[in-house]
Design a protein around this ligand. Structure first.
Ligand code: TRH
Length: 381
């Protein structure tokens, strides 16, 4: 594959998904495809949270083959790359756009969109959008689940690394021990909980505390931990644990992205949110419960339902009904989540087999970094 230069622009709107996705793309283009990548990030502190070796005070540094640049305002004049990617519709600096028009060959300009399982994505992926005034054309690039979309970010050795870890009980035990999991916890169903503020958490915690299955819930800092602390009446901080009936809640540190992957691989069930943790949980080959990023007019509910429809295809009715109800209550933050959890527990073996089949299907489908690179090279022909 020819080597192109890439500028990826990431503005951290909130939380960690924007930088999580942009970092993953940058690293894969560089590491797996040998591309020359600059990643411009406006908030290096958020980036540092998911990659602790990053120095948030430096304007320029190399990280795993990627040149990481602080996106300052005003933006210094630089020579644009051959491919320019704006993460999630971020507005590029005006002087950078002007510089793009001055290039001998106009850069390929990509807007990397959010993932959605909704069927309309097939028709919008890769559509051009000519600039109203300048001789530049932007293309929309949609991640997704069908051959007509851009696929998913899946690193070349992800599946092998995951399978090796999941086949290695000692590695999993050592990993979990370092997070504060005790030998006595080994009989419990292990859950990771990463979510937004969620009014349904109270009922879910009550179901976990009073159910027949022992639960060990690992909770990174954030809304989930705040919610759990309030419900259990004990402020939890990293390393802290509270036992409440059949539930043991354990606060864990915020992990580097690659360790977060290992956490997802090591747990029996993963509660995830937003975009990047959601995709990683699908690739972890374990059952997941997704809380979509809340949007105006409840558009996230349509997004969530479209995913569930796709995800549950070919799953037996009892397990599918349980997972649908769980997602529905969790995203509507409504009553019924306890009952849905009990139904999920009854169907969890089928759900686990299905999660593995789903991950295999994704791994055999389109790979976003490769598809994007091929698309851009074709544009430059
Ligand atoms: O954090 P999120 O809610 O992020 C986003 C943003 O809100 C964004 O604006 C919005 O557009 C998008 O959601 C839909 O959820 P997400 O996408 O799952 O990103 C979390 C990232 O944090 C992901 O890359 C995994 C990483 N992470 C760690 O590295 N370590 C951890 O311990 C945890 C819990 C997460």
């Amino acid at each position: 594959m020819p080597v192109l230069t890439w500028d990826i622009f990431c503005s951290v709107v909130d939380n960690y998904g924007d930088i999580g996705v942009c970092w993953r793309l940058a690293r894969q283009l560089s590491g797996d495809l040998g591309q020359t990548v600059r990643l411009w990030v406006d908030d290096l502190s958020s980036f540092q949270r998911i990659r602790s070796e990053l120095d948030a005070s430096r304007d320029m540094q190399m990280l795993q083959g990627v040149e990481v640049r602080h996106w300052n305002t005003p933006f210094d004049d630089v020579e644009p790359a051959a491919v320019v990617v704006e993460g999630f519709g971020v507005r590029l600096p005006d002087n950078y756009i002007v510089a793009m028009t001055a290039c001998k060959r106009a850069p390929v300009w990509i807007n990397l969109e959010h993932i959605s399982a909704e069927p309309w994505v097939d028709g919008y992926h890769a559509l051009p959008s000519p600039h109203p005034k300048l001789p530049l054309t932007k293309h929309f690039f949609f991640p997704g689940y069908t051959a007509a979309t851009g696929g998913l970010l899946i690193e070349r050795d992800l599946v092998a690394a995951r399978d090796a870890f999941q086949a290695d009980a000692d590695a999993q035990t050592a990993f979990l021990r370092a997070l504060g999991v005790l030998p006595a916890d080994s009989e419990a169903l292990c859950i990771s909980l990463f979510c937004y503020d969620n009014a349904a958490l109270d009922e879910l915690v009550s179901a976990w505390s009073t159910g027949e299955t022992s639960i060990l819930c690992l909770i990174p800092p954030g809304a989930a931990l705040t919610g759990m602390s309030t419900i259990l009446g004990t402020p939890l901080a990293s390393g802290g644990r509270v036992v409440h009936g059949r539930l043991t809640a354990l606060a864990i540190p915020f992990l580097d992205v690659d360790d977060y992957d290992r956490l997802l691989w090591a747990c029996d069930v993963n509660f995830v949110r937003g975009e990047d943790s959601f995709v990683r949980a699908q690739l972890a080959a374990c059952p997941l419960v997704w809380q979509a990023y809340v949007q105006a007019e409840n558009t996230h509910l349509a997004k969530q339902a479209a995913f569930v429809d796709r995800y549950l295809e070919n799953l037996d009715a009892a397990a599918a009904d349980a997972l649908r109800a769980l997602h529905d209550c969790w995203n509507r933050q409504s009553a019924g989540v306890g009952e849905a959890w009990a139904a999920f527990i009854a169907a969890r073996v089928a759900a686990a087999v299905h999660a593995k089949a789903w991950a295999d299907r994704l791994a055999g489908g389109g790979n976003l970094a490769n598809k994007l690179a091929e698309f851009c090279m074709n544009q430059l022909k």
